[in-house]
Design a protein around this ligand. Structure first.
Ligand code: ASP
Length: 324
């Protein structure tokens, strides 16, 4: 018994020292559960840049893509809880329990919550040679091409999948869905004309719209957006899909059991990064809203995700969607 107590005391002392030195010379890895070149990847790379200084260490990004983001989620849930492997994921963490029967982690039990990051609306896009130049023409084209329309998305439970599902169900149109490991590669195929339409976060779509590489038909938020590239786009709500509102959020997570002093350091660095005017400006230019300080509190973050799990669980059950 005495030996056991001594071992426990030693372990505590070591973790205390390690926490004080954290992050030390070993880099922190943000695991992004989608392919490089997409919007989640973009947010992660921007945040890594803004968090390096307040954290006092290097941050790298690793893409662990597949199964709508759940592979990356599993990787971090099972990682060493030392603060060096973190998960940067979006709304998918809250849709995955209802969608995946064999999910290898429990979002509310297997992670430490570090705070929300931002909210990002989406845009409805078409391939550049699609013969529809506005939303009304797109709907006509979809109706004229029943059974032939392809819709790209980033896997079951991805934001692009949820947006595409809602779009199809409100239109009462059936499309062939084409899954990718992220909307980065899906965007390449949309630009190349291999798929017809896609919903994607403004973080990824703004530069493509500005360069005229895709056709943009609408935004998925209830209000129009205010950036030069997006301000002329109607909302889906005003275009006839009453109440259509899909806004994506991102959050940062550590594996369960990460020492509290390490979590506190990470949370403080996140809070500081989200106040960085350069970061805020860069996000705003891409239609993204950085969250308020209170929403970066771990307890608030967890409460929010719990509510999202309940909300999306009901929507998904009603739609009869799931994967094994
Ligand atoms: N935008 C993707 C999604 O649909 C994910 C990504 O590639 O970042 O969730």
């Amino acid at each position: 018994m005495k030996r056991l107590l001594l071992a426990a005391t030693a372990a505590l002392a070591i973790s205390g020292v390690a926490a004080q030195d954290f992050p030390g010379s070993k880099p922190v890895t943000f695991v992004v559960p989608f392919a490089a070149g997409g919007p989640t990847d973009k947010v992660a790379r921007d945040l890594a840049e803004a968090m390096r200084k307040p954290l006092g260490g290097n941050i790298i990004v690793e893409n662990v893509a597949g199964a709508g983001g759940t592979l990356g989620g599993t990787r971090v849930a099972k990682a060493n809880p030392d603060g060096h492997t973190l998960l940067l994921w979006h709304i998918g963490i809250s849709t995955s329990p209802a969608l995946y029967r064999n999910l290898q982690f429990k979002p509310l039990e297997d992670f430490e919550y570090l705070g929300l990051i931002n909210e990002v609306p989406m845009t409805l896009l078409g391939r550049p040679n699609l013969p529809a130049n506005n939303y009304a023409e797109l709907i006509k084209w979809i109706n004229d091409n029943k059974g032939k329309v392809n819709l790209a998305h980033a896997g079951l439970g991805a934001a692009s999948h949820l947006c595409g599902l809602l779009f199809q169900s409100q239109l009462k149109a059936d499309m062939t869905t084409v899954p990718y490991k992220g909307t980065g590669p899906a965007m390449t195929d949309l630009i190349g004309g291999q798929v017809d339409i896609m919903c994607d976060q403004t973080t990824n779509t703004t530069p493509q719209i500005a360069a005229g590489k895709v056709k943009a038909y609408a935004v998925t938020s209830l209000q129009r957006l205010n950036t030069p590239e997006l301000r002329n786009l109607p909302t889906l709500d005003e275009s006839g899909l009453k109440g259509f509102n899909v806004t994506i959020w991102h959050g940062l997570y550590a594996p369960k059991g990460t020492p509290k002093p390490v979590l506190d350091k990470l949370n403080a660095a996140l809070k500081e990064a989200l106040k960085d005017p350069e970061f805020i400006k860069r996000q705003a230019a891409l239609g993204t809203m950085v969250v308020t300080d209170a929403r970066t509190n771990p307890a608030e973050h967890k409460k929010f995700v719990e509510a999202e799990i309940n909300k999306w669980g009901q929507v998904i059950k009603a739609a009869g969607q799931y994967a094994d």
